[in-house]
Structure formats: C-alpha cells, structure tokens
Design a protein around this ligand. Structure first.
Ligand SMILES: Cc1cc2nc3c(=O)[nH]c(=O)nc-3n(C[C@H](O)[C@H](O)[C@H](O)COP(=O)(O)O)c2cc1C
Length: 197
C-alpha cells in the first residue's frame, strides 16, 4: 500500500487550504493509499538554528515534533502540502517546517552526494495554495520555494493547485469545482505513487 503524507500548513483548522487538502486526502484514501495527516499548528517545532549538526548523519538534533515528521517524509511515496499565501510566500508554520528540512538537504547533497537534476526522484509532491488577491505573480516566489523544498524530500513537484481570490474562512466552499479538482488530484497522486518504494 502506498503511503502519502498530507501536511496542513495554515493556522486555520478549517480554512480554505485545509478544506482543499481534506478533499485531496479523501481522493487518495479512496484510491487505496494510507494517508497520514499532520496539522503543523498542532506541533511543537522550533525554527532551524543553522548549526548544521545535521551534517553528521542527516538528522536534525533539535528534539521536538519535527523528528516524527522527518521519519514520515522518509517513509512515504507521496507528499501533499497545503499552505495559504502569507506575504507572497508560505505561512510561518510551513516555513519553519521547511527550514528544518535543511537536514534532508544535508543528507541528500552532503552525505549522499546527490547531484541536482541527476537521477530519478523517488517521491511525488502535490502543492495546494490559495491567496486573497488576484495578481499574476501571486504564487511565483512560493512555487520556487516549494519546488526546492520537495527536491530535498526527494520528490518532484508533480502537480500544484493554486486558487486566487479566496480570503475568508470557507470562501472555497463557493467553488465546488476547486474542491472537485483537489479530490481528483489526490486520487491521481495515489495512482501515480502506486508501486513506488
Ligand atoms: C499574515 C497574512 C498574510 C497574507 N498575505 C497575503 C498575500 O501576500 N497575498 C494574498 O493574496 N493574500 C494574503 N493573505 C490572505 C490569505 O492568503 C487568504 O486569507 C487565504 O484564503 C488563507 O487561506 P487559509 O484559509 O487556508 O488559511 C494573507 C493573510 C494573512 C493572515
């Protein structure tokens, strides 16, 4: 059975990205994947201290809830990440988590000496995001951030779902087609990672 890690990055438990990710999770489960759901706001996670103790064995030395998440990243074949746009990037909860994944960067690029762009990535990533405004560049910087985040997790940015003009909690419910799209993406991600080790 394929394993998918679904990460809720908004401080809102039932916000727009959470509702979308829930749909994706539902789709993946119906496809037969085992999905672990993690709400970052419920975890105790310190920001990266940039001491690079992770250079030793690729593990972060800060003993908090990141440790479990690190193991879950290594064990899964698919990653779903949902974050709202806050000041043209991901939420603070999401960014703290991403920065702690510098330990995965150390593992991949320092210890395992991976070469960027070479070799197959073993996982696939789905990114879901929303912003209140409608600007053309709303997701530009964030996509770059997410692409490189997935890279250290050994995942391709397989697909992204980006929605503009959603602000207040539940706004996404006015767009059942977005929820439908998220459901299908979850289902398709589960299909795409079936058989991956
Ligand atoms: C701290 C903060 C910063 C935000 N910055 C932006 C922004 O730069 N651009 C934008 O379009 N919306 C911005 N928003 C609006 C959120 O992206 C929007 O409300 C979104 O629907 C929240 O998603 P959620 O319900 O999943 O948390 C910001 C909201 C907050 C609270």
């Amino acid at each position: 059975m394929s394993r998918i890690l679904a990460i809720y990055g908004s401080p809102r438990r039932k916000g727009n990205t959470a509702l979308l990710l829930k749909q994706a999770v539902q789709g993946a489960k119906e496809q037969g994947a085992a999905v672990e759901e993690v709400m970052l706001r419920d975890l105790k996670m310190a920001p990266c201290l940039e001491i690079y103790a992770c250079k030793k064995d690729g593990r972060c030395v800060i003993k908090d809830d990141f440790q479990g998440l690190y193991d879950s990243i290594l064990a899964c074949q698919g990653i779903m990440l949902a974050s709202p746009i806050f000041f043209y990037t991901v939420s603070a909860h999401t960014k703290i988590f991403m920065d702690r994944c510098q330990s995965l960067w150390a593992k991949r690029y320092l210890l395992e000496k991976a070469v960027r762009g070479e070799g197959e990535r073993t996982k696939k990533g789905l990114f879901v995001s929303v912003g209140a405004t409608g600007g053309k560049k709303l997701f530009e910087g964030t996509l770059l951030t997410v692409r490189y985040f997935f890279d250290v997790c050994d995942a391709d940015l397989w697909r992204y779902l980006l929605y503009r003009g959603l602000d207040f909690e539940g706004d996404v419910l006015k767009h059942p087609e977005y929820l439908e799209e998220a459901y299908s993406a979850g289902k398709e991600l589960a299909q795409a990672v079936e058989g991956l080790k």
